[in-house]
Design a protein around this ligand. Structure first.
Ligand SMILES: NC(=O)c1ccc[n+]([C@@H]2O[C@H](COP(=O)([O-])OP(=O)(O)OC[C@H]3O[C@@H](n4cnc5c(N)ncnc54)[C@H](O)[C@@H]3O)[C@@H](O)[C@H]2O)c1
Length: 265
C-alpha cells in the first residue's frame, strides 16, 4: 500500500518510536505502514494468534521504509505483557515517543446482538480489551515517556461512542469510556509533557465492518456523510499522524471525529 497524498504526514515523526496495538487488524496494518513511511520506527503489537498477518505487515513496512517495524506479540489486557512491550521498545529503538491504542474487540464481536442478550462474559471481554487494555497501555508507557522527552498517546474510539448503535451496546459503551479515559489521562499527564488524544472513526468499509453490517447498511452510512462516499482506513492516517506529531503540540484531551462529516458533536 502507498500512503495517499491526502494522508501526507506532518513533520517531526522521523526517527520517533511508536507503539501501535492491534497492528494485525485491518486498520492497524495501515497505521504501521503510515508511520514507517514517515521515517518513524514501530513496535507492532497484537496477539500471538495474529503473528502471521502482523509479521507480513512489519516485513512490508520495513521493506518500503524508511522506518523499521518489529512485531511484539502481547495481550493488551495483561500488565506483564505491557511491561515486556515497553522494555522491548526501549531496547530495540532506544526511545518511546508515541502510543496508538488501536487494539479492540471489533471484528471478533462476530454478530450484532440486542443488549438484553449480551452475556456477561462477552461484555467483560469487550471492556477488558477496549478499556482496560487502553488504560494499561497508558499506564505502562507514561513513566517511560516522562523520563525521556514526553510523548503523545492516541486512543482509538468510534463515532458510535457518541451516537450509539443497535446491536453493539458493550462496544458502544466501551468506546464512550475510551473518550472519558482520554480526557482524564490528558489532565493527569499534561504536566509531564504527555498529550493524550483520541480519534473516532466512522464506519470504515473493510472486512471487519462488512462481516458485521449488510452492504445496504454500509451504503446508507456512506450516503449520510457530508462527503458522501465509503470511508477507508487511509482516511484516518492524516489525523492520526497529526495527533502523534509535534504539529499538534498544544492539543490534548480531544477526540477528533473522522467520518466524512456525518456526526457533529
Ligand atoms: N472498522 C471500523 O469500521 C471501525 C470504526 C470505528 C472504530 N474502529 C476502531 O478501529 C480500531 C481498529 O479496528 P479494525 O477495523 O482494524 O478491527 P479488527 O478487528 O480488524 O482489528 C483489531 C485488532 O486488535 C487485535 N486484538 C484484539 N484483542 C487483542 C488483545 N487482547 N491484545 C492485543 N491485540 C488484540 C486483533 O487481533 C486485531 O488484529 C479498533 O479500535 C476499532 O474499534 C473501527
Amino acid at each position: 500500500m502507498t500512503v495517499p497524498m491526502r494522508a501526507a504526514s506532518p513533520a517531526g515523526l522521523t526517527g520517533r518510536t511508536v507503539i501501535v496495538t492491534g497492528a494485525a487488524g485491518a486498520i492497524g496494518d495501515v497505521y504501521v505502514r503510515a508511520f514507517t513511511a514517515t521515517g518513524a520506527n514501530v513496535v507492532a503489537v497484537d496477539l500471538l494468534r495474529a503473528a502471521r498477518p502482523a509479521l507480513a505487515t512489519t516485513r512490508e513496512a520495513t521493506r518500503t521504509g524508511p522506518g523499521r517495524a518489529v512485531f511484539a506479540p502481547a495481550d493488551v489486557t495483561s500488565e506483564s505483557d505491557w511491561q515486556l512491550v515497553v522494555e522491548r521498545t526501549v531496547a530495540e529503538f532506544g526511545s518511546l515517543d508515541v502510543l496508538v491504542n488501536n487494539a479492540a474487540v471489533y471484528r471478533d464481536i462476530g454478530r450484532k446482538c440486542p443488549l438484553t442478550d449480551i452475556v456477561v462474559e462477552e461484555w467483560d471481554h469487550v471492556f477488558a480489551v477496549n478499556v482496560r487494555g487502553t488504560w494499561l497501555g497508558i499506564r505502562a508507557v507514561a513513566p517511560v515517556m516522562a523520563d525521556l522527552d514526553g510523548g503523545a498517546i492516541v486512543n482509538v474510539s468510534s463515532v458510535v461512542g457518541r451516537v450509539g448503535a443497535v446491536g453493539f451496546a458493550h462496544y458502544v459503551a466501551s468506546k464512550s469510556a475510551v473518550e472519558g479515559l482520554t480526557r482524564a489521562a490528558a489532565r493527569e499527564l499534561g504536566g509531564r509533557d504527555i498529550r493524550v488524544n483520541a480519534i473516532a472513526p466512522g464506519l470504515v468499509d473493510n472486512a471487519a465492518s462488512r462481516s458485521l453490517n449488510t452492504p445496504a447498511y454500509l451504503a446508507g452510512a456512506a450516503q449520510a456523510r457530508s462527503v458522501p462516499r465509503p470511508m477507508d482506513a487511509d482516511d484516518l492516517v492524516g489525523p492520526l499522524l497529526w495527533l502523534a506529531s509535534p504539529a499538534s503540540s498544544f492539543v490534548t484531551g480531544q477526540t477528533v471525529i473522522v467520518d466524512g462529516g456525518q456526526v457533529f458533536s
